[in-house]
Design a protein around this ligand. Structure first.
Ligand SMILES: [Zn+2]
Length: 85
């Protein structure tokens, strides 16, 4: 029983414009491989931050990516206060 996490399911966000990035299937795996990130260490709590995206950097095809792991610990409630008004 091998349940390998599919890196294509990871949420990718652009760190420049803050938009979620939806790129072609296989792109996330490709970028992770290029960045030398071990996909076996990834799970659904990871998000990928990209230094730019096709929306804010048209013509660019390769982006520097960084994997952020979200901690779901009970004390990890240090979210920024939302200005809700
Ligand atoms: Zn962007």
């Amino acid at each position: 029983m091998t349940t390998q996490f599919d890196p294509e399911l990871l949420y990718v966000e652009c760190s420049r414009c803050g938009q979620p990035i939806l790129w072609g299937h296989g792109m996330t795996s490709k970028l992770l491989r290029m960045a030398g990130i071990d996909m076996a260490t990834l799970d659904e709590r990871c998000v990928i931050m990209s230094e730019g995206c096709p929306a804010c950097q048209p013509g660019e095809t390769s982006f520097t990516t960084q994997v952020i792991r979200l901690n779901r610990e009970k004390d990890d409630r240090t979210t920024q206060p939302a200005a809700a008004n």
